[in-house]
Design a protein around this ligand. Sequence first.
Ligand SMILES: NC(=O)c1ccc[n+]([C@@H]2O[C@H](COP(=O)([O-])OP(=O)(O)OC[C@H]3O[C@@H](n4cnc5c(N)ncnc54)[C@H](O)[C@@H]3O)[C@@H](O)[C@H]2O)c1
Length: 360
Amino acid sequence: MKPLGLGVLGLGEGRSIISGGLQSDLWQVVRLCDLNEQLGHERCHEFGLDAAVFTNSMDVLLADPAVDVVGIYTPDHLHADHVIRALQAGKHVICTKPFIDNLTRAAEVVAAVQASGKRVMVGQSSRFFPPFARQRKHYETGAFGELNSVEAYYNADHRWFLAKGWAKTDAFKWLYGGLSHPVDFIRWYLPNIEEVMGYSRLSENGAKLGLVHADTFHFIYKTTDGKIARVSGTYTSPVTPNARDANMSCVLRGSLGASQGDYYDLRYAWKTDEQSVIETFEDKDDYVFRFGGHSHHAGEYQDYIEYFARCLANDEMPTPDVREGIVTVALMQAMEEAAASGGPVKVRELLARYGLEELF
Ligand SMILES: NC(=O)c1ccc[n+]([C@@H]2O[C@H](COP(=O)([O-])OP(=O)(O)OC[C@H]3O[C@@H](n4cnc5c(N)ncnc54)[C@H](O)[C@@H]3O)[C@@H](O)[C@H]2O)c1
């Protein structure tokens, strides 16, 4: 299989996909792009890449025939524009979460995908974190029977994130940034969420640090077939010790058993009538966490770009695809509207407002 040429747009978290691409036989990192030239030079130096690989112009990256796939790691509110431009240039796209940050340009994104015939995958990194990947495979064996409910959360003390310029602007929302991980977990297991209710608030810490939007969330969901789920997260205050709080967790409760995937300490626990087991994946620590302590997890990125490459080679649709990605964005927008109104919001009706009802 000929390695795919990767062009990376946005070199903050883009660092992780660069690392994944460089360590993979299925990829060749051919272009890096960022408006910040100093950062570009730092990244070339960090990864031993020729300085000529870097450009500060997205047009140059898109015009490069060696780029087969554009990895988009720019701030959330720019994703829709960057996805559309990459598709119009005839490139496949891997876009980090959140895929887009509201539904305003969703129909345009769908049209651009259809016109291009190219593949688009949302980089939902957490699906590739070893305990969550194991949980999914285990679930698919049927070991837990019929799902009854799902609970997911992501709590993190991300006060450090507010050093980034865009984090304190109106464009930045933790609801789409941090919470998109546990929201995606729930849709992975319960794709047909029809209604959401919940609350959000901006904590005292967040307000003091200059955040514009909420940083604290609790929501509940109902599916079209009557299952229920809940999701929560906080982002600007301390979390409890890792021994008690996995930071990110996904719990499945089924007719035959229950299971829990945990970020800390790469732990997976499950129970049926016959067995009660705790597995750990600490041997994957060095592979997953390559730099930046536990805040960056490049191993997941390597796994998801290798999955994408295999899908392309086998002419399969990588997931989450555009449809799944946009309905997840619709769910997050429904959560935002539910918190603002204090009442339930139906996802299908929200999609219909944007002419996207057929995606539901
Ligand atoms: N686990 C994950 O999947 C994960 C983790 C962290 C961040 N992210 C996502 O990655 C994205 C970037 O976050 P970040 O923390 O790296 O932010 P960041 O601000 O550190 O980096 C964004 C970079 O994009 C560059 N940029 C902005 N506009 C550009 C343009 N038009 N052309 C080229 N470069 C441009 C900026 O100069 C900046 O260096 C966000 O969408 C975030 O949600 C995903």
